[in-house]
Design a protein around this ligand. Sequence first.
Ligand SMILES: C[S@@+](CC[C@H](N)C(=O)[O-])C[C@H]1O[C@@H](n2cnc3c(N)ncnc32)[C@H](O)[C@@H]1O
Length: 265
Amino acid sequence: MTSTPSDELDVVEAWNGNASRWSKDVRAGYDKYRAYYTLPAYLEFMPSIHGRRVIDLGCGEGSNTRRFANLGAQVTGVDLSALMISLARVEEERDPLGIRYEIQSFSDLSMFADGSFDCALSTMALMDGPDFAAAMRAAYRVLVPGGTLCFSILHPCIMTPVFKWLQSEDGVYEGYRAGRYFDEEPFVERWHFSKRPDGERVEQFKVPRFPRTLSTYINAVSDAGFRITALDEPRPSEAAAQDHPWLARWREHAPLVLFVEASKI
Ligand SMILES: C[S@@+](CC[C@H](N)C(=O)[O-])C[C@H]1O[C@@H](n2cnc3c(N)ncnc32)[C@H](O)[C@@H]1O
């Protein structure tokens, strides 16, 4: 892959490369942001899905998909990466929850008939695909009238292509610097779960990012026909920030994620 990802082939290559390490780390609980911040907040934000037909857009290896199934939904997960989907299927075989997994782009969804789902959920995936507007149109089509779309993404105003924490001389977090907000040029970000056990050195993930402004995101949701019903910019809870002081800066200064809920009119 070049350093400037351009299409879904680049996304597939990157996430197939990430899949094995990603799934081991997520399943080992090394994604502490998910554990103590983003997932609890999302579970509180999302609609009730008990008894609903749910599609999980960009489901990855399926950890969150399984959470949704455990809430009593009939869940289908889609992901572009065949390796992610095969890891998800192995887990489903080991411990069946009735989840169907398919290799499919969330910007396509042509394997599903109109109105196949009551709810489309997505966690931390829609900023990783090149065509967000097409994803919104596809989600709109596969939902029933009155169906709900609910997704989380990296906060587009905060996690811009240039983001840096600002610290005082004695290490206190004072705020952040966010630059190149208007720059929608894709790029590849390299990182690993920073809260891995001490001393473990691992190869970094390569994550193609497709940055967009807040208005690009919100207008695409609305242009697809949805009515936006709620936004949230969650903070870690006070208890989480106390128990895990590395989370406090996200409580005091800036939200890592943006949540959007919308309804198919
Ligand atoms: C950061 S991971 C998140 C996975 C999962 N939702 C979770 O929260 O653990 C992003 C996922 O989005 C998938 N993805 C990126 N672009 C996609 C697209 N156009 N269609 C479907 N999946 C896509 C990637 O393959 C990857 O598995």
